[in-house]
Write a protein that binds this ligand. Structure first.
Ligand SMILES: O=P(O)(O)OC[C@H]1O[C@H](OP(=O)(O)OP(=O)(O)O)[C@H](O)[C@@H]1O
Ligand code: HPA
Ligand SMILES: [Mg+2]
Length: 188
């Protein structure tokens, strides 16, 4: 699939699945069952986090509920526009709930810092973040993320939910994209 488009495999399907299981165990320890705030509410950030959200929720040995939010700052580009737009909001009120934002990647950190501000203003009981991937620039921002799957180099990656111009999300592994794919854009 996508022959010639992927320059290298950064994380194999097995590496991803192993880390998802260990993150699930860490999360379960943090959220005891029977909390007065009710079941843990996973807020998946569409579309990138879809596979991480589904695999993580099924690996969690505690009851969880799911909500989704769609925001976009990248469009058909490999760098963030800096402007975050809500494409789909949550369906339910999160006041008083234990909320865990589920992200696929923190790159510039712009999406997440905006999302944390936005969801905090809705008065959740607690608000934390789990991200599968984090790039070096995100470390410089003030976004405090307790649960990180992998710290990765500053390269544009695709697969396991991550896209370039909506393609490659369906790859089961995470790889770097051959620069020939985006060099025509004048974007990098
Ligand atoms: O830290 P940042 O630089 O803000 O980048 C991270 C965000 O960008 C991607 O979403 P995108 O806007 O591409 O939408 P998508 O998930 O639908 O692909 C990714 O899924 C994160 O949500
Ligand atoms: O490296 C990336 N790949 C795909 N989507 C992204 N959104 C932010 N960074 C990335
Ligand atoms: Mg994207």
């Amino acid at each position: 699939m996508y022959e010639g488009d992927i320059a290298s495999v950064l994380l194999t399907e097995d590496q991803i699945q192993e880390r998802v299981k260990s993150l699930a165990a860490e999360i379960a320890e943090r959220y005891p069952v029977g909390s007065p705030q009710g079941d843990l509410l996973l807020v998946g950030v569409l579309k990138g986090a879809i596979f991480f959200m589904t695999d993580l929720s099924r690996a969690l040995p505690i009851p969880t509920q799911m909500e989704f939010m769609a925001v976009s700052s990248y469009g058909s580009s490999t760098s963030s526009s800096g402007v975050v737009r809500i494409l789909k909001d949550l369906d339910k009120d999160i006041a008083g709930r234990n909320v865990l934002i589920v992200e696929d990647i923190i790159d510039s950190g712009l999406t997440l810092s905006w999302l944390i501000r936005n969801l905090s203003s809705r008065n959740p009981g607690s608000l934390e973040v789990v991200t599968l991937l984090r790039k070096p620039d995100a470390v410089k921002t003030d976004v405090n993320v307790a649960l990180i799957g992998f710290d990765i180099p500053n390269e544009f990656v695709v697969g396991y939910g991550l896209d370039y111009a909506e393609r490659y999300r369906d790859l089961p592994y995470i790889g770097t994209l051959d620069p020939k794919i985006y060099s025509d854009d004048g974007d990098l």
